[in-house]
Design a protein around this ligand. Structure first.
Ligand SMILES: Cc1ncc(COP(=O)(O)O)c(C=O)c1O
Length: 355
């Protein structure tokens, strides 16, 4: 790995006062290029603009994928990342589906560990804050021709992630638009999935909702996921979530929450959840919690769900009663190195490069 350090760090403590997610980039970025069937040696260099031709194929045909993960720091200045192998596997699944080359493990994993170590002063210490890690790959071949590109770039960016004020959100259950379809790319973390979701989300916002809960594209009968989160539903004391499929992103947070919930002895079921079942439960006063889970906020409670024209308000439970709060705190404590991690999820970033 080639390392070209920045001449003078841009870091100052005021970065940590920012309330903006994903805008304050660190001193360095990692870049590797793919050409003639081979990946170049990755290079860590000062963060800054890169030059592209407007004919770069990603701009035209959308071969672009990414991942999202975080680095956390505890009181002893130890830095951790969380289940990075899951993001690595998912990145390559996305790459395969988008007809892009896979990335070798040493470029992805060693690259991330090295750049996080190098920019470790940018990892904030306040509980709830973190450093967002954004690996991405996109097509760079100069050609306006509808086929898979022969050249790609892999980039890792790091940006400050403030403590989200995770205000409860309202969500509309999709009854017309679809995010993904069977045989499509819903399980891939590709740029186009997000591009396609913005218009329906904007329409939902006009109706007074923050986000959309996607449903199956055939009948809009079963709930799938929301925004950048998988969805969990508590009916009575049962915690439900949809099985992952070709249409749903297999979230790392979802998987971790399911494990924690089962180990806490909660009644957990992974099965299709129909909109009708949720609606009936609401009418019977049994729809106790609905929440999204994902890397950005860990868990975000929903306080209203739109069933067609009807807006169902959900009263939030107290911290001690809410499955969402209990599971969120447990997961965060593991991520921040505050409690034992019996699962081996937390990976410590050893200090080497900066020493
Ligand atoms: C569409 C979608 N679903 C679910 C998730 C949650 O996944 P994770 O928990 O791995 O962040 C994300 C965020 O990455 C997402 O973009």
């Amino acid at each position: 790995m080639i390392i070209e350090k920045i001449a003078e760090s841009r870091f100052n403590d005021s970065v940590f006062e920012s309330k903006v997610f994903g805008k304050n980039f660190t001193d360095h970025m990692l870049v590797a290029t793919y050409k003639d069937g081979q990946w170049s040696e990755p290079k860590i260099m000062p963060y800054g603009p890169l030059e592209f031709t407007p004919a770069a194929m990603a701009f035209h045909y959308g071969q672009a994928i990414f991942e999202g993960m975080k680095a956390y720091k505890n009181e002893n200045d130890e830095v951790f990342i969380f289940r990075p192998e899951k993001n690595f596997e998912r990145f390559n699944l996305s790459a395969e589906r988008l007809n892009m080359p896979t990335i070798p493990e040493e470029i992805f994993m060693d690259g991330i560990k090295t750049i996080v170590d190098l920019d470790r002063q940018w990892v904030p210490k306040n509980y709830g804050t973190s450093l967002y890690i954004r690996p991405t790959m996109f097509a760079t071949e100069e050609a306006v021709s509808a086929r898979a590109s022969n050249e790609y770039m892999f980039v890792v960016l790091l940006a400050y992630a403030p403590n989200y004020y995770d205000k409860p959100l309202s969500v509309k259950i999709a009854d017309y638009f679809s995010r993904s379809a069977q045989g499509g790319v819903g399980f891939a973390k590709c740029a186009g999935n997000y591009a396609a979701s913005f218009y329906p989300a904007t329409q939902a916002q006009k109706e007074g909702y923050d986000q959309v809960i996607w449903t199956d594209s055939i009948e809009h009968k079963y709930i799938e996921e929301a925004g950048t989160m998988n969805v969990m539903v508590r009916i009575g004391d049962k915690l439900l979530t949809a099985p992952t499929s070709e249409r749903i992103l297999n979230g790392v947070t979802r998987d971790s929450i399911l494990t924690l919930a089962k180990d806490a002895g909660l009644d957990v079921e992974v099965r299709p959840i129909s909109v009708q079942e949720m609606y009936d439960a609401h009418k019977e006063g049994q729809l106790k919690e609905v929440f999204g889970c994902g890397t950005a906020v860990v868990i975000n409670a929903y306080n209203a769900v739109g069933f067609g024209e009807e807006r169902a308000e959900i009263e939030l439970l107290s911290e001690t009663e809410s499955f969402a709060s209990i599971l969120k705190n447990k997961l965060k404590d593991i991520q921040y190195g505050l409690i034992e991690d019996p699962y081996g999820w937390r990976i410590k970033i050893e200090e080497s490069v900066t020493a």
